[in-house]
Ligand binder design. Structure first.
Ligand code: HEM
Length: 141
């Protein structure tokens, strides 16, 4: 894994776009991502991952912990997103080392984002909305 800043940015951006194309088509995740425009999250996520890979530090948003305080993500949603991410990375990239590193970095944030129940969510600012979207097509217990 030895890329120029431009190569790294372009590879990450390509994979991020494939990923969010799937996210915004996904019956569950598209409901969660209604609050943000696809091109904005793509740009934020690209800057975030480029910095995480040691490239230019352009990302200036919240930390993943603070950025998701208001979103109820349980392990099921996390695993669902993770499968979509892995599929997207394999579709967009050929560098196995980059894919493995990406998935490892991503997984490191699970404990900061996943919660046991929606009551653990909090508003980031007064007037913020808690996002709590149950899995679609789930059979009643
Ligand atoms: C199932 C897991 C996840 C879901 C459902 C999710 C969903 C979201 C949503 C809906 C937003 C927009 C929030 C808003 O503007 O109200 C957001 C922002 C963001 N997410 Fe995630 N996310 C997840 C995991 C992750 C992970 C693992 C990372 C990093 C590796 C990440 C990085 C970001 C970044 C950088 C932003 C932008 C924050 C900002 O602009 O301040 N997300 N996420």
């Amino acid at each position: 894994m030895n890329y120029s800043d431009e190569e790294l940015y372009s590879l990450v951006n390509k994979a991020v776009k494939v990923f969010y194309d799937k996210v915004y088509e996904d019956p569950w995740m598209k409901e969660v991502f209604k609050v943000i425009k696809q091109e904005i999250i793509e740009s934020q996520q690209t800057d975030f991952m480029v910095a995480a890979f040691g490239g230019p530090k352009r990302y200036c948003g919240r930390s993943p912990k603070d950025a998701h305080l208001h979103i109820f993500v349980d392990d099921e949603m996390w695993d669902h997103r993770e499968r979509t991410l892995e599929l997207s990375l394999r579709e967009a990239l050929t560098d196995e080392e980059l894919i493995t590193k990406w998935l490892r970095i991503d997984e490191a944030f699970r404990h900061a984002i996943v919660r046991k129940n929606a009551g653990e969510c909090s508003k980031r600012y007064a007037g913020d909305e808690i996002i709590n979207v149950p899995a679609p097509f789930k059979k009643a217990a």
